[in-house]
Ligand binder design. Structure first.
Ligand SMILES: Cc1cc2nc3c(=O)[nH]c(=O)nc-3n(C[C@H](O)[C@H](O)[C@H](O)COP(=O)(O)O)c2cc1C
Length: 192
């Protein structure tokens, strides 16, 4: 299953269009698709309470109960976000922080001597768009999502980042962006 996580609060915005194309490509290549819109989820912030260190699960019960099983089951995870103040959106960051519980779950299993099956074929991909041209525009988000992928046990396999994309739909005027997302989605599903 290919899980697409839509990180923008803006409906039908640039990263929605990018991820739609990416998932269309993955689906055309034979992938089963699951779409998750963070703007539709009620996710509270991590409390840093340490409960998951001992219990291997989060003490808070909210829409992360929908998200956790999807993160664990997906063979492929693709995350899309606009750049907000040089990072991912706050809504997506709430989800990322709460993934700490999955990391702790695996750590506890490992420490308990359970053979945690490393699943090398699980892969992650990142799509980003920002309005400006800064050289370091995507650095912060790339690091955040790299370690998110690490926490959920998937291997980062690439990213597509577009600069100077501002108003809703601006990505459609970029000559190659949507085609590149479509192709990346096909490859993402097809390549091991
Ligand atoms: C609150 C806010 C903060 C933003 N911060 C940045 C920024 O730091 N750098 C940048 O290049 N663009 C920034 N942008 C512009 C968005 O990244 C850009 O419009 C993007 O294409 C929106 O994608 P979307 O349509 O998928 O929401 C910001 C936009 C908003 C609303």
């Amino acid at each position: 299953m290919v899980l697409g996580i839509y990180g923008s609060p803006r409906k039908a915005g640039n990263t929605d269009l990018m991820l739609d194309a990416f998932l269309e490509g993955a689906q055309a290549a034979g992938g089963e698709i699951n779409k998750l819109y963070v703007r539709e989820l009620e996710i509270r912030g991590c409390l840093g309470c340490g409960h998951c260190d001992k219990a291997g699960e989060c003490i808070q019960k909210d829409d992360m109960q929908i998200v956790y099983p999807l993160l664990e089951r997906a063979q492929r995870i693709v995350v899309a976000s606009p750049i907000y103040f040089y990072g991912i959106t706050a809504q997506l960051k709430l989800l990322v922080d709460r993934a700490q519980a999955l990391y702790m779950k695996r750590e506890l299993a490992r420490k308990g001597g359970e053979v945690v099956s490393e699943r090398p074929k699980r892969k992650g991909f990142l799509l980003l768009a920002g309005a400006t041209r800064g050289k370091r525009l995507f650095e912060c988000s790339m690091l955040t999502v790299k370690y998110f992928f690490d926490a959920v046990g998937v291997h980062p396999s690439g990213e597509l980042c577009f600069r100077e994309i501002e108003e809703r739909g601006a990505i459609l005027r970029h000559p190659k962006a949507i085609e590149a997302c479509l192709q990346a989605g096909r490859d993402f599903f097809t390549n091991p």
